[in-house]
Design a protein around this ligand. Structure first.
Ligand SMILES: *[C@@H]1O[C@H](CO)[C@@H](O)[C@H](O)[C@H]1NC(C)=O
Ligand SMILES: *[C@@H]1O[C@H](CO)[C@@H](O)[C@H](O)[C@H]1NC(C)=O
Ligand SMILES: *[C@@H]1O[C@H](CO)[C@@H](O)[C@H](O)[C@H]1NC(C)=O
Ligand SMILES: *[C@@H]1O[C@H](CO)[C@@H](O)[C@H](O)[C@H]1NC(C)=O
Ligand SMILES: *[C@@H]1O[C@H](CO)[C@@H](O)[C@H](O)[C@H]1NC(C)=O
Ligand SMILES: *[C@@H]1O[C@H](CO)[C@@H](O)[C@H](O)[C@H]1NC(C)=O
Length: 932
């Protein structure tokens, strides 16, 4: 009950924090549900299952020392998920041993002077987050054989067996490093890609689940499609799960079909020493011609490693089940054959005894010298592994091709030029082996199009330091790219490739680019179609500064990135961020997205929050750069344009009429800037468009332009139009030669020219004519008094007013004219519009509200009219105290605002008499409230 009550208070506390300060706590349910992982999200931090902490709510609440939060597991059917539970621990405080205990800062319980100050409060079991145990720092390998005969007692297990008529089997490889578990699966060619993957504990509870494919078994990943592998990563395993893994009590299940007719394969994650040096693998399936009933649900896998020097040798570990008859239960011999596919030629054969046959997993291994020719056959994927029962070899037999290792891996490098190419070009390369054992490679040479002499390249792969040439690739070179497939992979390449000893040299013209190929596991960012070349942004940096980055967006709209840098040393602190523009244009608003601060030469990650709609919009339709900045100097070091980023359909922003919205920094509000003729203009600015007779202004993200007509000049001789100006000037040679100009409202006028002023938001005011005075270069404007609607042609004048560029332009009194509306005035009236007595060419539209126009005052703001079906209904604004106050202030000479222009009572919708009444009433009210 107490806990419950507290939680209610806590929730209220959260809410109040949110209102004031946008506490991170309530963001929890918006976009942070990535993969529904069994972990807790508290604020912007991920807490692993089982962790405990004292909540820090940030400013203004701070740390709540009397509260303990915990990320606790709970079952949702068979799935274990996590939730945060917090409770007050104040009443768990030990009884103080003295009469006047004190509460020390950062403590919950009061203590006595003699108490041990270091002794913590009630919470003793808080484990620091992000402490990676020594064992987890090392890379640990696990393997799994997935068959219908795993020891895991699954629900519907018998049904599953029935559905697995084709005896599908699968094998998995798992690499655990820094709390993350990378997984790779290879599945019988008979089966499509599974629908999902579950990690289970030994009781069959689902610890984590992953969706592997959508309808039809399709996968977007180029790599996974080309290799037929299933690749991914389980990030941040909780401590308890890491323990399960270490103790080999974790299982995986691959699931096919629909909820109604599900078919699964399962297996246990086990440690096998040979996985650390694995180069080849094999998936063993019931061999053709065997007894399918006896072999139901059985299968095997092999882990193969080789050594070419000092003398060639091979090591094979086989994990299998299903080769034993019911009465074979002790020291049962099993026959292993490595043979050549087409020729039935045997490379290696041995009988090995299994001490105690098990129904789920049995392990046998063999080591043997092997010829170099046989190693070559192995590299070319022509070797078949067969494992069979000695008592019933025809019925009980498993076989499979030996293929390159199952782990989802790519090999990548940046390419740096030697002295001839330094500063001229750089590049990058990545490669992988497909399921046929062919090497698929992509090499990008930067700047090749600007260096026309680079017409072809040569590629050499060699063992470290170029001592041993392993392979010469012969790629076709096109537009800076050399993409190819090398079918005849040789062992000389595979061995150094897997042992992290392979260099690539690319001959370009006179020079060479070189790099060292590094193995990387494929998941998230590295599952993108291609990496980006991060190029030096600052040319004072060494030419060896270069980077390679992978970027992807997953189905939950989270961005993933993986950056490897060279030439910057290991100690520099840097920041990686995205710079997004709606389009590249002068003045374009930029949106910055900070990804991470890091040290060293690589960084990989994914922000906790999904990308916002605005960010996705920029990624999809704008221009985005990935940049690396020096943390201290803030100098941009490297930059790449993000291209070919495939945004999942579910993350594509919705456009209105296909016009992408333009967003501002930093909160992602729609920008109030305007984009016009290839440039961005700030809110409320005016500018001359490319046509000097057109002026535009920007309001609420909308550009409005108006065309100017030129006032009559009445020149004694001719008139001339000066380039860049709209209206002609009289061709008085003196004036034209003087080249004197007036500047008004951002527009340039030659001395003596006449024009209509441009006013926001009305456009050109044809009822006023301004002149750039040839003598003092001031703009002098005069109103054209007119009773008719058409200004401009009249002759009567008012007192001239002088305006300068920095003057406020008095707006009241100038009639509104919008030329574009004139032509369709008849149409407006026909559609229920109302007559405009002031300007018959501009009737009011049906349904619009406006202030009427009163001859001497202009727009009369104290009356609002509405046009409805041809009749107008008007109402007067009420006179209010705030308006009266301005009137009184003005009368007392206090108001500065109205000093320049004429003060009009009518602008304030009050008469002096009304205001005096209001003031009187106010005073009475104040007096009575004082008395109370
Ligand atoms: C997937 O691979 C198959 C054959 O390997 C190929 O025909 C197909 O085009 C590939 N699909 C994609 C989306 O890459
Ligand atoms: C080579 O591959 C890259 C990455 O997939 C691609 O962008 C490029 O267009 C390809 N070039 C050629 C010539 O095939
Ligand atoms: C090769 O190098 C020489 C001298 O450095 C240079 O003059 C020549 O233009 C280079 N040729 C090419 C194709 O780059
Ligand atoms: C390039 O780096 C130097 C220092 O290495 C710095 O002084 C300069 O401002 C940088 N240039 C730019 C454009 O950031
Ligand atoms: C300028 O002169 C031309 C004839 O040379 C005349 O047609 C035109 O109306 C004049 N423009 C103005 C604005 O006076
Ligand atoms: C005027 O607008 C109203 C709705 O705003 C509409 O119902 C009415 O039909 C319009 N009148 C004419 C004459 O179009």
């Amino acid at each position: 009950m107490k806990v419950l009550k507290f939680l209610v208070c806590f929730a209220a506390l959260w809410a109040s924090t949110l209102a004031r300060n946008r506490s991170p706590l309530l963001d929890e349910d918006k976009g942070l549900t990535r993969n529904k992982a069994a972990e807790c999200i508290f604020g912007k931090e991920i807490r692993e299952l089982g962790s405990q902490w004292i909540p820090d709510l940030g400013v203004p609440i701070g740390v709540l020392y009397c509260m303990k939060c915990e990320c606790v597991p709970f079952h949702r059917k068979r799935r274990i998920v996590a939730r945060v539970q917090c409770r007050n621990i104040k009443n768990e405080c030990p009884e103080p041993t003295c009469d006047d205990p004190v509460l020390l800062p950062e403590r919950c319980c009061k203590t006595c002077p003699g108490d041990n100050k270091n002794e913590p409060d009630v919470i003793q079991d808080i484990v620091p987050q992000n402490v990676i145990e020594e064992e987890e720092r090392r890379i640990n390998h696990f393997g799994a054989l997935l068959t219908g005969r795993s020891s895991l007692d699954l629900r519907n297990d018998s049904d599953s067996k029935d559905l697995n008529k084709n005896n599908v089997v699968a094998t998995g490889r798992f690499t655990f490093h820094k709390r993350n578990l990378h997984y790779s699966f290879y599945i019988s060619e008979k089966a499509a890609r599974p629908r999902s993957l579950h990690f289970l504990d030994n009781q069959g509870n689902i610890l984590e689940e992953f969706t592997l494919s959508h309808a039809g078994g399709l996968v977007n990943s180029l790599y996974q499609n080309a290799t037929r592998k299933v690749c991914g990563i389980w990030r941040r395993l909780p401590r308890d799960y890491r323990k399960l893994l270490r103790n080999e009590k974790m299982y995986v299940v691959l699931i096919w079909g629909t909820k109604e007719s599900e078919f699964t394969l399962s297996g246990r994650l086990s440690k096998y020493v040979s996985l650390a040096s694995e180069q080849f693998s094999s998936l063993l399936e019931p061999a053709p011609g065997t007894d399918s009933a006896k072999m139901a649900g059985s299968g095997g896998m092999a882990i193969v490693s080789t050594l070419s020097s000092p003398s060639p040798s091979i090591h094979v570990a086989v994990i299998f089940n299903g080769l034993f008859t019911s009465h074979e239960n002790f020291d049962v011999p099993i026959n292993i054959i490595l043979g050549l596919d087409e020729k039935k030629q045997i490379l290696l054969e041995e009988n090995i005894k299994v001490r105690k046959p098990a129904s789920d997993l049995n392990y046998i291994e063999l080591s043997s010298p092997i010829s170099l020719a046989d190693l070559r056959s192995l590299s070319r994927g022509r070797v078949v592994l067969t494992v069979s029962s000695l008592s019933e070899p025809n019925n009980l037999r498993l076989s499979g091709n030996v293929i390159t290792k199952i782990t989802c891996e790519i090999f990548q490098t940046t390419l740096i030029g030697d002295k001839d190419l330094a500063g001229v070009t750089t590049g990058l390369a990545w490669m992988y082996l497909n399921n046929q054992g062919a090497l698929i490679y992509n090499i990008q040479i930067d700047n090749a199009l600007n260096e026309p002499h680079i017409k072809s390249i040569t590629v050499t792969l060699s063992d470290i330091a170029g001592k041993k040439k392993a392979e010469v690739l012969t790629p076709r070179f096109d537009s800076g790219w050399a993409n190819g497939t090398e079918d005849r992979m040789v062992h000389k390449v595979l061995e150094p490739l897997y042992n992290n000893r392979l260099d690539m040299r690319v001959g370009v013209g006179n020079g060479t680019l070189h790099g060292h190929l590094n193995a990387k596991l494929v998941a998230d960012a590295r599952d993108a179609p291609a990496p980006l070349l991060l190029k030096r942004e600052n040319y004072t940096l060494s030419t060896s500064v270069l980077g390679l980055a992978w970027v992807s967006v997953d189905n939950d709209c989270h961005i993933h990135y993986d950056v490897s840098l060279s030439g910057l040393g290991h100690e520099r602190k840097m920041e990686v961020y995205l710079e997004m523009y709606p389009i590249i244009a002068p003045g374009a608003p930029v949106l910055l997205k900070h990804l991470e601060d890091f040290e060293g030469n690589s960084v990989e990650g994914s922000p906790l929050e999904a990308l916002t709609k605005e960010e996705l919009d920029m990624l999809d339709s704008g221009v985005t750069f990935m940049k690396i900045k020096d943390f201290n100097s803030k100098i941009v070091l490297l930059s790449a344009t993000i291209t070919k980023l495939t945004l999942p359909i579910t993350c594509r922003p919705l456009y209105n009429n296909n016009v992408p919205l333009i967003y501002d920094v930093p909160g992602g509000r729609p920008t109030e800037d305007c984009f016009f003729e290839g440039k961005f203009y700030k809110k409320d600015s005016t500018w001359v468009s490319k046509n000097p007779c057109q002026m535009c202004f920007c309001q609420d993200g909308q550009t409005t332009c108006d065309r100017m007509t030129c006032p009559d000049l009445k020149c004694p001789r001719n008139n001339v139009t000066i380039p860049g100006e709209c209206c002609p000037v009289c061709s008085d040679p003196e004036i034209v030669k003087s080249n004197k100009k007036c500047l008004f409202n951002g527009m340039i006028y030659s001395s003596g020219s006449k024009f209509h002023p441009f006013l926001i938001p009305l456009g050109f005011d044809d009822c006023t004519v301004c002149t750039c005075d040839p003598v003092d270069l001031e703009i002098k404007c005069r109103r054209i008094e007119t009773n008719s609607a058409k200004c401009g042609k009249g002759s009567a004048t008012e007192t001239p007013e002088t305006l300068r560029d920095d003057d406020d332009i008095p707006m009241g009194g100038w009639p509104m004219i919008r030329k574009e509306d004139v032509s369709n005035s008849a149409m407006i009236l026909k559609e229920g519009g109302c007559k405009n007595n002031n300007n018959p060419d501009k009737p009011y539209k049906n349904g619009t509200s406006y202030h009427p126009h009163i001859a001497s005052l202009g727009e009369y703001k104290c009356v609002t009219c509405k046009c409805q079906n041809g009749t107008q209904k008007c109402s007067r604004e009420r006179c209010e105290w705030k308006n009266c106050k301005m009137i009184f202030d003005f009368r007392k000479g206090r108001s500065k605002a109205n000093k320049r222009s004429q003060f009009l009572y009518s602008d304030y919708c009050c008469s002096l008499k009304e205001c005096r009444k209001i003031r009187h009433k106010k005073k009475i009210e104040e007096r009575s409230s004082h008395k109370q």
